[in-house]
Each structure stands twice: as C-alpha cells, then as structure tokens.
Design a binder for this molecule. Structure first.
Ligand code: ZN
Length: 460
C-alpha cells in the first residue's frame, strides 16, 4: 500500500491537569451537527470535535466536550454541519487556466484540436504552478481538502499544494508522444520518479504513476509501470473506458478491450485507480471487483463530453470501491465536488430507474471515504474517527436555500451550494476561516489567471 510515505500514526498528546480531569487539546469545534461518515448514516446533533497535534482526539456531545476538554482555541458553529473534507479523486488542476477555452465538442475533437495544441504552446512549469493554485483556491473554497491530480510538471503542482497547505496525490503523467515536458515515455517516467524523490518526505503529498490512458501508452511502457508501482508501492492512476470509441479502437489495434489488455499486462491491482469507467460490461465490472481496483466517477465531465453514464449502481453492487472526481476545469468546467456528489446520486437513479440507488449517505461516503480508500489512505482521513487527521469542513445551513433542515446529510448531498462551506481544516490547520483563505492570496491568483488568459488568447 502507498501509505508508508505518510507520517505514522502517533499517540495523541494528552495533558491531564492535576486538579481536575480536564484534558488539554489544541482546539475544540462545537457544531449543530457532525456527520462523521463512519459509522454509516449517522448524524450527531450538538456534537464537538476535539483536535490535538493535527489529529482528531474525540467526537462527543458538546455538553460533555466542554467539561472534559480545555482548548487553546474554541469555535462555536451553531448553524453548521461538520463533515470530512472532500476528496477529489480525479483532476488535472493546472488546466483551470484553460477553463472555457473550448466547449460543446466530443472528447477526441476537444483534445486533438483544442486542448493538446494549447498545452503544447503554453504548458510549462510556471503555467502548472499558477493553474494549480487557481484550482486550489476553487477546491478549498468548495470544501475539497485532498486532490488526486494528473498532469505534467509534478513539482509545480507539489509547490502549489504545499504553499496552500492542501493534501494531494500527484500523478505524473506518462504517455508515448512528446510534449514540452518530456520527449518519450522513458523521460516521463524518469521525471516522475525524480519528482517523487524530491518531495517524498512531505506529509501532505504522495506520488502516483499516471499513464494517461490505454490508447496513449504502449505495452512495453505499461510493463515498466507495473514493475515500478510494485517496487515503490505507488498507486497507478489512469483514464479507462471513457468513450465507446476508445473501446472499439482497442479491439481493432490489440484484438481486445482496454481492460482485458490491462489485466494481461498486470495493471489491475488494489493500487489501481481507474478514471471514468463509463463503457463496461458486467464481466469487466466483476474483473475490477476481483482485483480490488478503485474507480473515480466524474459525472459532469462524462455528461459534458457526451461520454455516457458510468454503471455506478452495478459497480457498487459488485463490490467495486468508487470515489468521485471533477476532472479538469477544461472539461467540467467547475471543480465543485458538491455538484459532483449531487450528480452522482441523481444519475445513478436515472440510469438504474431506482429512486433508492446511491442514497445521500452513500454519495457523501464516496466523495470522502471512497476517495481515501482508493488512495490507500482510509486509515488517515475520509471520516471523522479519533486518530485520523483533522481534515474537515464546516457547512453553514441557516440560509433560506437550506431551510428548514430536517436532515443535514440530505442537505449536504441534495441542497447545499459550495459557497456555504464556511471553514476548512487540514491536519488541524485552519486553512479557511469564514471563507477567507489563510495560506494563499486568492486575488493575486485570479489576477495571474487573467494574465494567462490574455497571453493564451493573443498567442492562440
Ligand atoms: Zn481526466
């Protein structure tokens, strides 16, 4: 599992004062509701979260918390629900600078005639850092605390995440054809490993191998990736079965569908995170379950590019773990996990003709614990259990649009807008307070994004 590059779980520091049994912690957050995701379907009214040294110490009734714990910082959130930070299981963060550049096109036309030419001309280290920072502003303000990214110049994405204090798995893209970043698959792999070596001790980051897709990577490169992933315990993050054309082309070129080819090459393991998985038959769903693979579901991107609807209900019924992603701001066009959560629940009902398909609790679980599991890190975050990292968000529910509130779990999935995320903590650090980002300057980042727009528009 890839988790060995995170700091190990330490015993939480607990100071008990001598005169009474009050325990000293760093912070206490009192909320109207806590939605811990684990145990399932639970909503805890009038509960508090005690945090010390970046970890959750306890989740308990507020009345008890106030007598049992003493905190350096206390926060009352009487109209808010607290839930785990959202895990965006698939993004190309830097592509936020290409948001709205080309829309309403099929995947292949969009990629080949618009995105790849723009990337060839503009994507360099500075572009990736500025684009990633823009994406991070959007993701943090929308309650995302972890991103599983795939792109070029992984060091630039790493710098952006570290500046912001956000977590991420950085998938260094690998493909056969040349870009400004690398000239062949061997160079992409070499640079991916160098980036991992440079940042491997950063507790906020882990690295993945990210072969772009079966149609852009050769058998011999996949064989190298399988060996490296096993030796270095790195996750493999790649697009699979996104379009019907991709599946048909593979049958013509290799005499088999892409997943059959990946199985033959040894890629299907518990460290495999497949993105999209729209065009699957039942035997392929069973194959994914047998090999304990994970899937990132990207409903908005699949709808916008007319790729189809992933068979989420069938995958869940067969035991495939599914997380939720946004894909890039070039194909979505928003990195808004709350939209994706709602779309996941609604599309599953449309596709299966079952109103009880993907109920609210399950959609939220996919966007938190499902993503953490896919990245081999469910023991560290994805739910609000004592001992896990304090990665959590507060969502204000007192606006007219979310009133009245009978069930905050229902509201989190079907009702809230991302602007209702008021506060974000990552590893106990208060990254966003009352919608103000503490680690990065959103205005400067937006100004730089506009500078890039002018440059890209002028230069084509
Ligand atoms: Zn993608």
């Amino acid at each position: 599992m890839p988790s060995n590059r995170w700091w190990p779980i330490r015993h939480v520091r607990l100071f008990v004062s001598q005169d009474n049994n009050v325990i000293q912690v760093d912070s206490l957050i009192h909320a109207a509701w806590v939605v811990p995701v684990e145990p399932r379907q639970v909503v805890l009214p009038e509960h508090s979260i005690a945090i010390d040294q970046g970890r959750i110490v306890a989740v308990l009734p507020s009345s008890e918390a106030k007598s049992r714990y003493q905190a350096q910082q206390q926060m009352d959130l009487p109209q808010h629900a607290i839930c785990p930070g959202l895990v965006n299981l698939h993004a190309h963060s830097a592509m936020s600078l290409l948001r709205g550049l080309a829309d309403d096109l099929t995947l292949q036309t969009w990629l080949q005639q618009h995105i790849w030419p723009a990337e060839a001309k503009h994507v360099r280290d500075e572009f990736v850092e500025d684009g990633a920072l823009l994406a991070i502003v959007e993701m943090l303000r929308g309650g995302t605390t972890y991103v599983n990214d795939m792109y070029f110049y992984p060091e630039a994405t790493a710098r952006a995440l570290l500046t912001a204090g956000m977590r991420g798995t950085i998938g260094a893209a690998i493909l056969e054809f040349p870009t400004a970043y690398a000239s062949n698959a061997g160079e992409y792999i070499h640079k991916a490993l160098a980036a991992r070596d440079n940042y491997r001790h950063e507790p906020l980051l882990q690295f993945a191998l990210a072969p772009h897709a079966p149609y852009t990577v050769s058998d011999s490169t996949f064989e190298q990736i399988v060996t490296l992933a096993e030796q270095l315990q790195m996750p493999v993050h790649m697009h699979i079965h996104e379009t019907a054309q991709e599946v048909n082309d593979s049958q013509q070129q290799y005499g088999m569908r892409p997943l059959a080819r990946l199985k033959r090459l040894g890629l299907l393991t518990p460290d495999f995170v497949g993105i999209h998985a729209v065009h699957l038959d039942q035997s392929e769903i069973e194959l994914l379950a047998q090999h304990a693979c994970h899937i990132a579901h990207n409903p908005s991107s699949n709808m916008k590019l007319a790729s189809g609807i992933a068979p989420v209900t069938a995958m869940l019924a067969t035991g495939v773990n599914i997380g939720i992603g946004t894909d890039s701001a070039a194909s979505n066009n928003r990195l808004d996990m709350f939209t994706e959560i709602r779309s996941t629940a609604l599309l599953a009902k449309v596709q299966s003709a079952q109103a009880d398909a993907v109920p609210a609790w399950q959609a939220l679980e996919m966007a938190t614990l499902g993503g953490a599991k896919a990245l081999g890190q469910a023991h560290l975050f994805g739910s609000l259990l004592p001992g896990k990292q304090a990665d959590l968000i507060a969502v204000s529910l007192d606006q007219a649009e979310t009133s009245p509130c009978y069930d905050p779990l229902s509201h989190l999935v079907y009702c809230v807008e991302r602007q209702q995320v008021s506060d974000v903590w990552i590893g106990g650090r208060h990254i966003m307070a009352q919608r103000q980002l503490n680690s990065i300057n959103a205005e400067q980042i937006v100004a730089k994004a506009n500078w890039w727009r002018d440059k890209i528009r002028n230069q084509g």
